[in-house]
Design a protein around this ligand. Sequence first.
Ligand code: FNR
Length: 383
Amino acid sequence: MEQSRRNLLKSFTALAGASLLPSEVQSQIKAGSSVLKKGDPIDLSEFINLYDFEKSAESKMTKMAFEYVASGAADEFTVKWNRQALDTIKLNPTVLTDVTKLDTKVSLFGHQLSHPILVAPTAFHKIMHPDGELATARGASAASTIYVVSSFTTTRIEEISKVATHPLWFQLYVRDDRAFTKDVVQKAEAQGCKAICVTVDTPVGGARNRQQRVKFKLPDNVNAPYMVSLGPQKNPLTWKDIEWLQTCTKIPLLVKGILNPDDAEKAIQSGVSGIIVSNHSGRNLDTVPATIEALPRIAAKVNKRVPLLMDGGIRRGTDVLKAIALGANAVLVGKPICFGLACGGAAGVEKVLSILQYEFELAMALTGKSSIASIDSSVIWKQ
Ligand code: FNR
């Protein structure tokens, strides 16, 4: 059994006793291939939950890199609310149902994932770890999941796709130079990316005060090849561009950054293949609501016409369960991946994902839900 999952299993058995662990859960914890090789100096056994990575990352990253990852916009109300809203949702378990076999699989655009948890696009991985996006891709693949590569990647897609054994998606920031944008999309597709996520919540950057305070800038030896010479953007991104983008590629196009049900409807009318409910981890417009709060009304509007994903504050397996119960098909995780990368490279990324997958299995078993399809709003406690 490989290292990181063995540690997870050990910590669970220490807590609850092996006999309580459903056999299917055990086999899923054992499954997968580790990126932590024998002799690697990284000891991740002390990392029990996702918060441990953030605590430890602070001492492993430069102040500038840590502030870049950890900060939100302005007074960081939305950052806090993403967590608070998830924390205050209570669960309503059902007992005496058979949870010996858990089906955690989910299918997205024809690809089957072992768990409904993806790696969100985040920028500049080389400031978090020297192996940068290659480590993220290895870690995500070891955890059998999709990695959405940011437009601000510090490694070219062709290099990332060489090491990824599970699908990559590409996150797109549309540039004024639409020919350049089209070229980037087509390169991503040619390099095997299986979907494009166009981010629509960033017509301008947020008031990122903590980044301003540390005078954030990239180190001289790090660059973002798809976002070179980024001057002020003059051509606004509009729904017409969403229609145009779909003519540039054959792979599915998702819009990332929807908080408003009317925008979700417009996205569907524009022909998109999927929607990501996101507030950019509270990094853009402060005081917008938590994504888990926005999700139910968007889910009602979308009504299963296209896959609906959500990110923002997902840190626990119970958070994943709550998002699915309120209408998401899958979730993405951002900051914890950056902190996992900083703490342990590929193995750190894998461990973040394994912990979340494992906690999600526990949340399912303990609420009496044996399959994703059976997770509905009845699992949410109503006053
Ligand atoms: C981001 N996010 C982001 N989104 C995007 O579309 N393109 C990008 O380049 C980035 N870059 C980025 C950097 C860092 C350091 C963070 C923390 C976030 C937003 C990201 O995709 C996602 O929406 C959130 O990170 C999800 O919330 P959590 O899991 O970080 O709380």
